[in-house]
Design a protein around this ligand. Sequence first.
Ligand code: AMP
Length: 423
Amino acid sequence: MSFQSLGLSDALLKAISKKGYETPSPIQQKAIPPVLEGRDVLASAQTGTGKTAGFTLPLLHLLSENQSPKFRVIRALILTPTRELAAQVHESVKDYSKFLDVKSTVIFGGVNQNPQVNRLRQGVDVLIATPGRLLDLQNQKLLSLKHVEVFVLDEADRMLDMGFLRDIERVMKLIPAKRQNLMFSATFSKDIRKLANGILNNPVQVEATPENSTVDAISQKVYRVAKNKKTGLIIKLISEGHWEQVLVFTRTKHGANKLTKKMISAGISAAAIHGNKSQGARTKALAGFKNGSIRVLVATDIAARGLDIPLLPHVVNFELPNISEDYVHRIGRTGRAGANGQAVSLVSADETSYLKNIEKLIGLNIEVEIVEGFEPDPNASTEPIKPGQNRQRRHSKKTNSSGRRKNNKNKRNYSKQRNDKRH
Ligand code: AMP
């Protein structure tokens, strides 16, 4: 299938070929035709599937076919959970509308509103926004959503995770009842279905599994290590393995900052990306990471959501997430576009139960390695540490260090579980 056969305008085809895309991705093949027909669409797709172009291309096609009256009004509203995702979606909209008479802008919190307001005053057709700043500017009567024809809810599951349900409901009251709705979500929980029922009108359902969603394609390894030796070990692995472009996950913002400082002291260029960083600092860190001037990006789960970093060779879990599904999300960032990825987890005794839950979810016993000089502490407790608890407790339990694969039954259950979520 080609982009031409999807019926997109020449101006869009020109922009697509400028981006170097040759064939539409599965989600694009499935989502573009119903959007062009004016249908509501409920799509199961996550970052990495090409979902942004899946809704942006047909949306731009529709807007440019029916040009607005004399002055520009907001005719398409794209709501995203995070500022980073909003900025990335805006970049895509700008790229794809290069040869169209369509103007777009992005608004999000954490930065001065005046430049955003000035751009809105000049007139835009497509607005990409995070909920808080959108409602804020609307309350100040600095924008109107009365002319919205197409409403896109991107990463709806993240929206709910981040507590935006009320804000979404408020936004729905500000846009016309008659409109086209597109909703994207990586998972389909009961809450998501409920939200979809309230927003969408007789939607076409489409789904795409991202190339990177198969855990099998990613080489995974666990390093058992004493908690206080993790920093030394990660620095050794990165330097001696000559790893470039490493995404490191920490559980806390403080942990991200601390690790970043230690990396920099060890001569490894690094930057942290988390909720307490200013928007400018986050954008700079991400740009540096993408262009190779920053070798290590240290992120918390929330900050990393929606980041579009293609072809990431290494993901390191400096700490395991306590929610097993987050592990799958994290390691899914390696091996994009068919390339091989490597996911490494540094696991101390108190993370043993997290590791067990993760292995149960993915149906694999992850290969374990111990590096000389960075051995696990045999006296450390395997009890998970709760905030505020004393870290130096005793009573050890023997840990399982087998690299053997468990039976396939679990594995099937895992795919089933994920499929269940998608439907
Ligand atoms: P997304 O899932 O929208 O975040 O897109 C993931 C990445 O795939 C982005 O870097 C896009 O530029 C890229 N991309 C989107 N569509 C295509 C396509 N049809 N062919 C190749 N790359 C694409």
